[in-house]
Design a protein around this ligand. Sequence first.
Ligand code: NAD
Ligand code: TYD
Length: 357
Amino acid sequence: MKTYLVTGGAGFIGSNFIHYMFEKHAGSVRIINVDLLTYAGNLENLSDLKDNPDYTFIKADICDTEAISDIFAKNDVDIVVHFAAESHVDRSIRDPGIFARTNVIGTLNMLNCARCAWADGEGFKEGKKFLHVSTDEVYGSLTDEGTYFYETTPYDPHSPYSASKASSDFMVKAYVDTYHFPALITNCSNNYGPYQFPEKLIPLIINNVLSGKKLPVYGDGKNVRDWLYVMDHAKAIDMVIEKGRFGEKYNIGGHNEKQNIEIVKIIIDTIKEMLPADDPRQDHINYDLITYVEDRKGHDRRYAIAPDKIRAEIGWEPETMFPEGIRKTIRWYFDNTEWMEHVTSGDYQKYYEEMYK
Ligand code: NAD
Ligand code: TYD
């Protein structure tokens, strides 16, 4: 039985990862989910697990040394999977400070608490691993088609979000280089799937299409992202934990590059096709909802991952093709309207109104 400490497990990717782990390894993993429950954290994402004896939730701030040390002291943690972060670029442009605090100081605190708990003489106890979940945005922006981000691509972050994630990656690397700390890093492309907070492009567009609101497209709509279904990311993380080499980093991506405007049109077309012909919402669902708005400041033009290393070394490949993944995702949002109502009230609503008024 292995004990995992998952940070940020109440967020989008973290909650999907926890579901994946209990489906794949039921009975052989124990998971402690440590999350501060910011606007992005939602325990509803894991309500099915509340009676699972192998699952524990602890509300704590990753920057809180006493709270995190206490969790390590009371539990023999084998593996840390570190998701917790501020994750939205637009928010980072409005309020960079919280990104430095959570993403840089929080990661440093997690590393330090794990280092102290796992210390064994000059080295570390057997079997301990720290997986830092990062993003492809640390590499900056690509322009030319046919160029890709490799693990060797120099870091060139542009937004406060990507700069804070780049700093956290360097902090992990410093722990590996200085203390031979047993850490690994994954840098993944844009994820989509169930439980994603509707401030990110895909759930925002799905929600707005269904409720007949405008679909805000930044700039010319031709920025490109490389979209990966979230469960494929969860599987990649599980495989990197098992087979990855300490101190290494692995790029994860779907080889699924699309312009934002293509994504918006695919969502409109797919929702139209999936709704019954006599659904009253059919009347308002068309391309007229698309509204070009002012571009994001410092907007990265194109991200594209070369997942060659993870394929060769770990044997991981994306499995969910976009037409299937987007249908599964839309189906989930059709079936979880209450979830959407809950997360679109309160803080989010205020933010949304300020942003798109
Ligand atoms: P998310 O915003 O949905 O979830 C973040 C979670 O972290 C939330 O549950 C939040 O409550 C928690 N959290 C925030 N601050 C905290 C703190 N101080 N202490 C404890 N918990 C805190 O994010 P996500 O999209 O699930 O992303 C998870 C990780 O994956 C992040 O590190 C992100 O940088 C990385 N990533 C995301 C994507 C993507 O497309 N979403 C792609 C690549 C990498
Ligand atoms: P987002 O989901 O915020 O992810 P990231 O910025 O981390 O890649 O945005 C994806 C792309 O969609 C990005 O190019 C910005 C664009 N976008 C819009 O055009 N309209 C929107 O309302 C949002 C949220 C994003």
